[in-house]
Design a protein around this ligand. Structure first.
Ligand code: CTP
Length: 401
């Protein structure tokens, strides 16, 4: 239907980028990107009206987002022809051709397009050898200034390479090394750098990409002493086991895996190094507080649990109670002491679900004057229950006497 509308408006309409790449790789991808040779906003508005769906437009970029009732979104862009009227002027954006639009992209595998116009529907358009590179499993830039134009592509190359099990091409690899050497990574704003790192940590298995980042000396960008050591390798291996265990046991309680990986990556840095990393990444205040808090919680809990041999459940509970699930999982992966791992395991699978039979209203009915004492009594009952000193409500009343 998009193609037919394009035909009526006299526009070329194409599906492009990751969506086409993933069709050829037979990988699921629900993000559809459309490029229009013509006015993308006029096209998107007309399409939204015909289909009775919502549209959001961004005049400045000549782009629009089509929003379907089920929440699916399609991005519509105008094929751009950016040029500079004179040196150092802002780019003038005009309607351009698909080929020009694709030429501005990062890697050949992301430059494939499918024609959606009725007379040519489904025809694959491959200006820059994207199909060949998909077959050869190679990540290749389109031209030698690609990383200079946009240094975030250095991290994107690594992410795509590892996600698809591809190889960065020889020349592309040289350009990347050179870009790193001349400090282009430092030119990426903290916010974007953090976003790219986050995307890497959100991959199914971020470990190969982190290893590769280290090979390109990119971890050192965060902190000169940050390296992919044998110790990190071990921590991440153990984290993988812990996370598979957790995901199988708690299907309905998803955790923020990228966050756990982020903390694990920075684990071992001291406070001033962490400050430095936060600054490099222009980390939002909320994330920063959470990061310092998480590492502090984990170190404290590990120290306290390790100091006690097989602590009773009520003690383990008190030590672990303030930690988020993400922090608990990292602690579990980090500790080398089986007893500590067991305490965290029991906390996650049992202790945290325990509560006394007696509730606040029972205390009220029994004539206990309301106040902070309630919390104290209920906590004492909880600890007694955790340690197996009481089982029934009757036991609890007895215990209180
Ligand atoms: N792109 C680019 N340079 C960047 C970021 C994006 O050239 N620094 C181009 C890529 O060609 C990409 C398109 O913009 O195909 C859309 O970007 P994005 O949604 O990040 O890419 P996907 O390939 O869809 O990535 P993912 O599969 O991770 O969603």
């Amino acid at each position: 239907r998009m193609g037919r509308l394009g035909h009526r408006l006299g526009y070329g309409v194409y599906a492009v980028g990751g969506f086409v790449r993933d069709i050829l790789l037979r990988r699921p991808n629900l993000d559809i990107d459309i490029v229009v040779e013509g006015d993308g906003i006029v096209f998107a508005r007309a399409f939204a009206q015909e289909e009775g769906i919502r549209v959001r437009t961004h005049k400045k970029f000549n782009t629009a987002v089509l929003i379907f009732p089920d929440g699916m979104k399609i991005d519509v862009a105008t094929a751009r022809l950016e040029y500079y009227r004179y040196p150092a002027a802002l780019p003038v954006v005009e309607f351009g051709s698909l080929k020009m639009d694709l030429y501005r992209r990062d890697f050949t595998i992301n430059t494939l397009a499918v024609d959606l116009r009725p007379e040519r529907f489904g025809r694959l358009i491959d200006f820059f050898g994207g199909q060949k590179d998909l077959k050869e499993k190679t990540i290749r830039v389109l031209h030698s200034l690609s990383f200079v134009e946009d240094p975030t592509r250095i991290l994107r190359a690594i992410r795509f390479e590892q996600r698809f099990g591809f190889q960065i091409g020889r020349q592309t690899e040289r350009l990347m090394q050179n870009a790193v050497k001349i400090g282009l990574i430092e030119k990426i704003g903290g916010h974007r750098l953090f976003h790219e790192l986050q995307l890497i940590l959100m991959e199914n298995d971020p470990v190969p990409a982190l290893r590769r980042m280290d090979e390109f000396q990119l971890l050192g960008v965060l902190d000169p002493l940050l390296k992919w050591t044998e110790k990190k390798e071990k921590l991440f291996r153990s984290l993988k086991d812990v996370l598979s265990w957790y995901e199988l046991s708690f299907l309905d309680e998803p955790v923020e895996k990228w966050w756990i990986y982020f903390c694990a990556l920075l684990d071992g840095l001291n406070a001033s190094q962490l400050e430095g990393v936060c600054k490099k990444l222009d980390l939002p205040e909320g994330h920063k507080t959470r990061l310092f808090g998480a590492l502090r919680n984990i170190y404290r809990a590990a120290r306290e649990l390790e100091a006690k041999e097989s602590p009773p459940p009520s003690i383990a509970y008190r030590i672990l109670n303030g930690l988020s699930t993400e922090e608990l999982l990292l602690l579990m992966a980090k500790t080398e002491i089986p007893e500590v791992r067991k305490s965290v395991n029991f906390y996650l699978t049992r202790y945290r679900y325990v509560s006394p039979e007696i509730k606040g209203r029972d205390l009220k009915e029994a004539g206990v004057p309301p106040g902070p004492i309630y919390r104290k009594i209920l906590d004492e009952l909880l600890y007694a229950k955790l340690d197996g000193l009481v089982y029934t409500k009757q036991d609890e009343w007895e215990y209180l006497k």
